[in-house]
Design a binder for this molecule. Structure first.
Ligand SMILES: Nc1ncnc2c1ncn2[C@@H]1O[C@H](COP(=O)(O)OP(=O)(O)O)[C@@H](O)[C@H]1O
Ligand SMILES: C[C@@](O)(CCOP(=O)(O)O)CC(=O)O
Length: 394
């Protein structure tokens, strides 16, 4: 019996959100919250079941039907490895629509469930069809998957990439691409990230690829759309407070509004993107040298100023919100610097926390005040470990 557990972290954008859409660099980092997937094979069963706690539902795949789908795909596209992912995704969408027929797809919850199911079916089929040792592999024994997440869906903390990376790693192990221990090898991480990107395409159309990359590899990285990423060599993760404004928003809508602004004032907005690029250039050596000297306070103060400048640039393009402003004011009053992260207009803010912040009474006051004002608050780190596979005890 095969059983294992996967933890895939979520992410924050530290700098360069929005500018990254216009091919300027962004800095992203994983956070200490993530998605946990547990998989147990069930040799007697012919069903793969998926308990999705975030969506409060359980989805099932009947293996005989799934194997029939695989064999139909193989005969329709003989010799094609599912590098031809576009064809596979098309076939999967049609198959899932057939299977979910009559269950409705109008409410946001139903649409979310449908996307989550397409991701499962697509990634599982892709992993089996490209199985390295057996080009005619089918699934002979059932399994049970349970997915729990500390990341709210739709909050901008990369829940979909974290979900996709966890699924990708689980199915690649199941189909024999690599073992529970060798997932960490460079070529296997690249494969996980590539399939997590495929999952991201289901939710986001043409995503930049930053979320699946950082969720898989972990740490902090610089990302330029269309050019890939470079890891930052940090000595230790940064302490941050994630503050949930509890205002939901659509990234696509906000990106469209910003695009309209950029089209109205092209030179002006381009100057903001250039400043964001300068800011990323100034921030990298600070992040990379943190923790290698006894006294980091000077660097920390510089970083605080960069947080403030970055936040003011984001305000300038109109992506703040009264609830976010309330968070910034509460933090500033207590001597902390903060910025919105991701698309803005709601979602999360991040507050920079100094070394040993837990021993600082002002930190507890800040936390108390934010909670009393109705915000969700999680102290965590930016820049920790990426996706991890571990053994699963009974
Ligand atoms: N923990 C999860 N369990 C199941 N499905 C998930 C989970 N997280 C994300 N998803 C799927 O990904 C879709 C997009 O997630 P969302 O959180 O909106 O994206 P993002 O992480 O980019 O903000 C959801 O509608 C759902 O289909
Ligand atoms: C605004 C943007 O730069 C970041 C959006 O981040 P999120 O969806 O809030 O995590 C858009 C993008 O990079 O595709």
């Amino acid at each position: 019996m095969l059983k294992f557990q996967i933890h895939a972290p979520g992410k924050v954008i530290l700098h360069g959100e929005h500018a990254v859409v216009y091919h300027k660099p962004a800095l992203a980092a994983v956070v200490g919250l993530g998605t946990k997937l547990q998989l147990r094979t069930q040799p007697e069963s012919q069903v793969a079941s998926f308990q999705l706690e975030a969506l409060n539902c359980t989805l099932e795949i009947q293996l005989p039907e799934f194997n029939a789908f695989l064999s139909k795909f193989r005969s329709k596209y003989p010799g094609d490895k599912p590098d031809c992912t576009a064809k596979l995704l098309e076939e999967v969408r049609a198959e899932v629509a057939k299977q979910l027929e009559g269950s409705g797809s109008n409410t946001p919850k139903q649409q979310s469930t449908q996307k989550a199911f397409v991701s499962i079916y697509y990634l599982l089929a892709g992993a089996v069809l490209s199985a390295p040792k057996n080009p005619t592999l089918t699934l002979q024994s059932g399994f049970q998957v349970k997915i729990e997440s500390e990341l709210n869906v739709g909050s901008g903390l990369g829940s979909s990439a974290s979900y996709g990376a966890a699924l990708a790693a689980a199915f690649l192990i199941l189909a024999g691409h690599f073992g529970k221990e060798s997932y960490i090898r460079e070529e296997n991480q690249a494969l996980i990230s590539q399939w997590a990107y495929e999952s991201e395409r289901i939710s986001h159309g043409t995503p930049s690829g930053v979320d699946n990359t950082v969720c898989t590899y972990g740490g902090m990285l610089k990302f330029i759309k269309g050019q890939g990423f470079q890891p930052l060599h940090i000595h230790k993760p940064l302490n941050i407070l994630l503050v949930d404004s509890r205002v939901s928003r659509s990234t696509a809508d906000i990106v469209a509004k910003v695009r309209h602004l950029a089209e109205t004032f092209p030179h002006l907005i381009e100057a903001i993107w250039k400043t964001c690029e300068e800011l990323v250039t100034a921030a990298i050596p600070l992040y990379e040298s943190f923790g290698n000297a006894k006294d980091d306070s000077e660097k920390f103060e510089k970083l605080e100023r960069l947080f403030q400048i970055n936040n003011d640039l984001l305000k300038a393009i109109g992506v703040t919100h009264p609830k976010l402003e309330q968070i910034f004011t509460i933090a500033f009053k207590r001597g902390f610097f903060s910025k919105l992260t991701g698309a803005g207009a709601g979602g999360f803010a991040i507050v920079l926390l100094p070394e040993n912040y837990e021993q600082n009474e002002v930190y507890w006051k800040l936390k108390e005040e934010l909670e009393a004002a109705g915000f969700g608050v999680h102290a965590t780190t930016a820049g920790g470990a990426g996706l991890r596979v571990s053994t699963l005890e009974d």
